[in-house]
Write a protein that binds this ligand. Structure first.
Ligand code: NAD
Length: 249
């Protein structure tokens, strides 16, 4: 019997990339999973739930749906994300607002709405997919870097508030992971850095990784499964960096 069996998880951004791998891994571990996404995949892992997480009401509805459908909620994985690459002087206001809504306000609303259920769980887990960009910056990513740094503050605050109720809060901080989010920014990175697209992966994306590799989504999912399980209990308030040495410099 798996350590995770009988528990319930809510994973956002579960139709693609890291979120999809996390939902699949938690489901394989025996959990019931609500797979929340703007464009849910009916054939993907978990029970699909459509929500535009820029809306606080949609975040609340996701929590309510998990509780109605499964009767409890033990693990919340705020993961949905978007990126926008632009120099500061031409960074569109609308892009800033949307990125802050998805990457920072959504995790806040999910935490607030899920808190009573996480308390009732007895071993509630809030496992945010942050980023190495919650710890360090890169140029042309003002909104993303700001939102991820803000998310680190939210995780620390939840750590302090959750401890008396056995709730842990952590931030997984990967370097570059092989997902559509990275593939989609190659053209914009080429333009911002004045490079041909074929040089972006090596010269820009992999430049900060000491080992010149991309992380695989399944590697992030294994970390989330560990944190969700009983051996993850002592981890709280932790930035869990998995960045091929990026932040060692
Ligand atoms: N890929 C990387 O290199 C990397 C590195 C560090 C951290 N991250 C973080 O991991 C998380 C997942 O990224 P990914 O690379 O798997 O991206 P992805 O683009 O493959 O998947 C993101 C998912 O989020 C969903 N989403 C976006 N906006 C939404 C909204 N308004 N409402 C509901 N769902 C929405 C998308 O539909 C998509 O399915 C993000 O928070 C990202 O910042 C990614």
């Amino acid at each position: 019997m798996s350590d995770l069996a009988g528990q319930v998880a809510l994973v956002t951004g579960a139709a693609s990339g890291i979120g999809r791998a996390v939902a699949a891994r938690l489901q394989d571990g025996g959990m019931d999973v609500l797979s929340v996404d703007l464009l849910p995949d009916p054939d993907g892992p978990g029970v699909p739930f459509e929500a535009d997480l820029t809306s606080p009401e949609a975040n609340a509805a996701a929590v309510t749906t998990a509780l109605e459908r499964f009767g409890r909620l033990d693990v919340v994985v705020p993961n949905a994300g978007i990126q926008h690459v632009s120099p500061i002087e031409s960074f569109a206001q609308e892009r800033w607002d949307t990125i802050i809504a998805v990457l920072l306000t959504s995790p806040f609303v999910l935490a607030r709405e899920a808190w009573p259920a996480l308390r009732e769980s007895g071993a509630g887990r809030f496992i945010a997919i942050a980023s190495v960009h919650g710890l360090v910056a890169s140029p042309y990513k003002a909104a993303y870097v700001s939102a991820k740094h803000g998310l680190m503050g939210l995780v620390k605050t939840l750590t302090l508030e959750g401890a008396p109720d056995g709730i842990t809060a952590n931030a997984v901080c990967p370097g570059y992971v092989r997902t559509p989010l990275v593939e989609k920014q190659i053209a914009a990175q080429a333009e911002a850095h004045g490079l041909p697209e074929e040089r972006v992966l090596e010269d820009v994306i992999l430049a900060p990784h000491v080992a010149k590799k991309l992380i695989e989504p399944q590697q992030v999912a294994e970390v989330v499964a560990f944190l969700a399980g009983p051996h993850g209990a002592p981890f709280t308030g932790a930035p869990i960096t998995m960045d091929y040495g990026w932040t060692s410099r």
